[in-house]
Design a binder for this molecule. Structure first.
Ligand SMILES: [Zn+2]
Length: 198
């Protein structure tokens, strides 16, 4: 396969990128001055080398000298370790963290359910989530999936699946735009959704 075509295919796999945008990326790269191109390559390599995935919540974080397997949030002693907020993806965690209205731990599911087949369910980190809950002493689990159809399916599934753990399970309150995503919600809306959880 031509290298141009190959790269278009690879970019098309990026979130929200279709083949048309992917091919624009490729033309951009072709025209990029050599030095900028090399900088980009180095930055991408460094990103992988310097980043680690948290062994508790799956949040990526920059490696530091203390060599902890936990991200800065999980190893922050002032966090409330009795409350767990389950989100779909990294950006949702960041949005909630930015509100400063939540002081507990997180868990990144790594996806959402579009259906309830075994294959769908394999796409989210449900077994790891169950294990985290079993190994800890949470008093509340907040399901903070996005107010989309898939987010709703996922939330209902989680509520059912986590029921045997016998822990209070809450959902974000109303006010988030239906079909929207947490990462695009303004802080005020997200704050009141957190406060209004039930
Ligand atoms: Zn973590």
């Amino acid at each position: 396969m031509l290298s141009k075509q190959k790269l278009i295919e690879l970019f098309s796999k990026f979130p929200t990128i279709g083949p048309r945008t992917a091919s624009r990326f490729v033309y951009y790269l072709i025209k990029l001055p050599r030095e900028d191109f090399d900088n980009l390559l180095t930055a991408m390599k460094k990103l992988r080398e310097d980043t680690r995935i948290c062994s508790f919540c799956f949040n990526p974080y920059e490696k530091s000298d203390n060599d902890s397997p936990l991200c800065p949030i999980c190893r922050n002693p002032s966090k409330d370790k009795t409350i767990l907020c389950v989100v779909e993806k990294e950006n949702d965690l960041l949005s909630i963290e930015k509100t400063n209205k939540y002081n507990g731990l997180y868990f990144i599911l790594g996806g959402v359910l579009s259906g309830l087949s075994e294959n769908d369910i394999k796409k989210i980190r449900i077994e790891q989530l169950e294990k985290r809950i079993k190994d800890a002493d949470f008093k509340e689990i907040i399901i903070a999936t996005n107010p989309t159809q898939e987010g709703e399916t996922t939330a209902l599934y989680l509520q059912r699946r986590l029921k045997p753990a016998n822990i209070k399970i809450t959902r974000l309150g109303r006010g988030l735009p239906i079909g929207g995503e947490l990462e695009y919600a303004d802080e005020q809306t997200l704050e009141s959704a957190l406060e209004g959880r039930k």
